[in-house]
Ligand binder design. Structure first.
Ligand code: AMP
Length: 458
């Protein structure tokens, strides 16, 4: 899913591209279409999840496409607990809105000169980003009027309440029109925040973004680089002979590929089956039943067919073909590590797909470890772009390099691949070539046990 599919239009799409965003984050995926449709939103998400763009992009789209009422007061009002956050949001508004004609914003925050803020309020304002205390000051002096507010955003609402702003917030909201759209963002939506939310919103859509990081913390994520198809086949074979392997879902890009791989694996002695959309429901059910009962060891599936598979015995997911989108990646790896267990997800990546590693890490907020299997190392030394590298607008974001490590959501660490795989893997398969077909006791008793899961580095 890309930003255009969420309903955003030029010039916002251009600004998004200029910011270096290739895919919406989880909170953006949920919140943007709902916000564009005019719904009130209650969103529990954390800083770093991409929430600023989640509310600002729809707000800007409205400003750019619908005329406002007469007057000078802001059409979009964002309340935030701190000055820093307000300034940051104001900058984001200007960045994302640089193609919106005559956009005017005002940051109304404590600790900075009144004179400048008063000047910015002399002419009509589209977006005001304010801390509650300073906004109350301006309201009481009659310097700002909130009757034009169409969209009200309460950002980090829980923090605002913690800082004692409840009364100010209620006072401010009371001066905005009842017809407004309200979006509330908060790490938690329980207790006092929940009460406030109920009072300030109408039929709000509730969005709870459990970060992918939280979701998949129990899944070890590995990348193996492959030179070509034959190399991929050998890697797959070696992986499936790993003694830790219980049951596995292998993802293929197409139905045909899924069938071919399944046949090939059966010929090599694995209990394999394919699962894809061309199969009748009855066949699909039987295949899944085989997986649940442990008769099938390897399920070769396409993305759509595998959604929702919930089999606790799936210890591994292998992306034979790397997923086209980070979102698919998350769905795929979610097939393992279920029912409180741990799991391993291995992505076989062609060298030219290297950039996908970074896209995935950004989306999940988790590092992918680059590994090799002894005897099956790629001809080219696998590398990947480092997160901190100043490569375009994202790399240039000063907040990304903040001391103390990555911040929240997708500020994953520069996970330099471990190329020391050779020392961790036994030397089976040296000289490459698929391992001989397994004997009747099943493939795991075969000689090839090249890949050994390494201890987690996280
Ligand atoms: P926020 O949660 O709004 O503070 O955003 C955290 C960081 O993520 C900011 O540096 C944004 O520039 C960045 N960001 C927001 N949306 C995306 C996206 N879709 N892809 C990559 N980075 C993003």
């Amino acid at each position: 899913m890309n930003f255009a599919e969420l309903g955003l239009k030029s010039p916002l799409l251009e600004a998004i591209t200029a910011a270096g965003y290739t895919e919406p984050t989880a909170v953006q995926l949920e919140a943007i279409p709902a916000a564009l449709a005019g719904s009130d939103l209650l969103v529990s998400s954390h800083t770093g999840s991409g929430k600023t763009a989640a509310f600002m992009l729809p707000a800007l789209q409205r400003l750019g496409t619908q005329p406002g009422a007469r007057g000078k007061g802001p059409r979009v009002l964002v309340l935030t607990p701190t000055r820093e956050l307000a300034l940051q949001i104001n900058r984001a508004a200007l960045d994302y809105g640089k193609g919106v004609r005559n956009l005017r914003t005002a940051a109304l925050v404590g600790g900075s000169s009144y004179a400048h803020q008063l000047r910015s309020l002399e002419r009509p304002v589209d977006i005001a980003v304010a801390t509650p205390g300073r906004l109350i000051d301006h309201l009481e002096r009659g310097r700002i009027d909130l009757s034009r507010v169409e969209i009200l955003v309460l950002d980090e609402a829980d923090r605002m309440l913690d800082m004692g702003f409840l009364e100010d917030v209620e006072n401010i909201v009371g001066r905005t029109p009842e017809t407004r759209q309200t979006m509330m963002f908060s790490a938690t939506l329980d207790g006092v925040v929940g009460n406030l939310a109920r009072r300030l919103t109408r039929d709000a859509r509730r969005i709870e973004v459990v970060t992918s990081e939280q979701q998949h913390a129990n899944v070890e994520q590995i990348v193996l680089y492959a030179d070509d198809l034959s190399h991929k086949n050998k890697l797959l074979d070696a992986l499936l002979r790993n003694p830790d392997m219980q049951q596995c879902v292998v993802f293929a890009a197409t139905k045909m590929a899924a069938d071919q791989i399944a046949v090939q694996l059966e010929e090599s002695g694995f209990r394999a089956a394919s699962l894809h959309g061309d199969m009748h429901q009855g066949q699909r059910n039987r295949t899944l039943q085989g997986m649940r009962e442990g008769r099938t060891q390897v399920l070769v599936a396409t993305d759509v067919a595998a959604r929702g598979i919930d089999v606790a015995g799936i210890s591994h997911v292998i992306n034979f073909d790397s997923p086209r989108q980070a979102e698919d990646y998350v769905h795929r790896i979610g097939r393992t590590g279920r029912a409180g267990r741990t799991g391993t997800a291995v992505t076989l990546m062609n060298h030219h797909e290297r950039h996908r590693t970074r896209d995935i890490e950004r989306y999940t907020g988790q590092p992918l470890r680059i590994e090799t299997i002894a005897g099956l190392e790629p001809r080219r030394r696998p590398t990947k772009p480092s997160f901190g590298a100043p490569s375009g607008p994202r790399g240039a974001d000063p907040r990304r390099g903040a001391p103390g490590g990555p911040r929240g959501g997708y500020a994953g660490r520069a996970a330099h691949g471990s190329h020391a795989g050779a020392s961790a893997h036994s030397g089976a398969h040296a000289g490459a070539g698929p391992a001989p077909a397994a004997d009747s006791r099943g493939p795991r008793s075969g000689p090839g046990q090249g890949y050994t899961a390494r201890p987690r580095s996280r």
